[in-house]
Design a protein around this ligand. Structure first.
Ligand code: L34
Length: 248
């Protein structure tokens, strides 16, 4: 909803991933002036539609829309973002169908790189409901020792320097400098900051960090594409859960 240029790019990437995989998708690009009631009505319609397995409302939403009300309206069984409180609670308990796409993508990168989280000091910088909090929980489920840092954290660098696995999700360009990283650490950059017309940078100062880190993700081409891959996985899961493939 609205005309956020970054959202336009992300949603296009999601539609393309669906098309590439043969997943049917519908897009509703609502104008910024749409009322909350109209948006909620559309979600309720899609909740009921049998040929739709997953519903995702791309964030951010315009200011006059209550984000929480919107996310609460999505049927938890179709909630491929895992933002509904029911799914958030399931993640906390460790028994979940859907995993939020960005933190899930980070976990997949770690796993596919052959990195064992168990016993490692994991530091997550950022505490958003969408990334930081669920990220910490997923690392904890893999037996990491997890610290969540945020804007009020005292002596942040002292904490990040202890991290074997460092996840940066603050939304500040080049925030994590080389001297905040433990030599050999795994550094995962969730940030996508537009600093100039077509220039994207992460939350990690890549040039400095790559000299210190043992493994590091780039921006673009790191966590972003993984977010989309995990959305596809959640959508497949949703199709299985909802049995919306026409089978009885
Ligand atoms: N509801 N809102 C909802 N679910 C989400 O999972 C998201 N997110 C975040 C923003 N709002 C959301 C995304 O989809 C961030 N995000 C996202 C998705 C895709 C990419 C980045 C963020 C992506 O494709 N990144 C490319 C570069 C794209 C570009 O050129 O801007 C990359 O290589 O990082």
């Amino acid at each position: 909803m609205g005309d956020d240029p970054a959202s336009r790019v992300y949603v296009n990437n999601k539609k393309k991933a669906c098309a590439d995989l043969g997943i049917y998708s519908e897009e509703y690009a609502l104008p910024a002036e749409t009322t909350e009631e109209e948006l909620l009505d559309l979600i309720k319609t899609l909740n009921k539609k049998n040929d739709i397995s997953g519903v995702l409302v791309q964030l951010p939403l315009p200011k006059h829309i209550n984000e929480k009300t919107v996310l609460d309206t999505i049927d938890p069984k179709k909630d491929v973002d895992a933002f509904h409180p029911v799914n958030v609670g399931k993640i906390m308990v460790g028994d979940f169908d859907f995993v939020p796409c960005t933190p899930a993508g980070v976990m997949e990168l770690i796993k596919e790189s052959g990195i064992d989280v168990a016993g490692k000091d994991c530091v997550v910088v950022g505490r958003s409901n969408i990334v930081g909090k669920p990220q910490a929980m997923l690392l904890l489920h893999k037996n990491g020792t997890v610290t969540i840092c945020h804007s009020k954290t005292a002596d942040l660098a002292e904490k990040t320097r202890k991290a074997d696995i460092l996840v940066a999700a603050v939304g500040i360009p080049n925030f994590i400098k080389g001297d905040m990283i433990k030599p050999g650490a795994v550094v995962i950059d969730v940030g996508i900051n537009r600093v100039a017309e077509k220039k994207l940078v992460g939350d990690v100062d890549f040039e400095e960090a790559e000299k210190v880190a043992g493994a590091i993700t780039p921006v673009p081409g790191g966590v972003g594409p993984m977010t989309i891959a995990m959305l596809m996985r959640n959508t497949l899961k949703a199709a299985e859960l909802n049995n919306t493939k026409g089978e009885k």
